[in-house]
Design a protein around this ligand. Structure first.
Ligand SMILES: [Ca+2]
Length: 91
């Protein structure tokens, strides 16, 4: 659990390279490299751009840490839904 949170934080910091935000390119790289196995449409640049727009609450064209956490929360939610879905169908 602790290492998972550390990974979430260090992944953002590494991708942002000392800045407070991820620009479009860094965000795209992060999603494709780190979330390709867990999310759909990560090979589509336009889908990632749409995702970024949806996350960009302050409309600065970049993904801040809070906005990034929104994405992590979204991924975690869909993961838990798919897991509980498979539990529901188990005997
Ligand atoms: Ca933003």
């Amino acid at each position: 659990m602790e290492s998972a949170i550390q990974t979430v934080v260090t992944t953002f910091l590494k991708s942002a390279r000392g800045k407070d935000n991820l620009d479009s390119k860094s965000f795209q790289k992060l999603v494709q490299k780190q979330l390709g196995g867990i999310m759909e449409d990560t090979n589509s640049n336009s889908a990632i751009k749409e995702m970024q727009k949806g996350l960009d609450e302050n409309n600065d064209g970049k993904v801040g840490f809070q906005e990034y956490l929104t994405l992590i929360g979204y991924v975690a939610t869909s993961l838990s839904e798919s897991k509980s879905g498979s539990n529901a169908s188990a005997p």
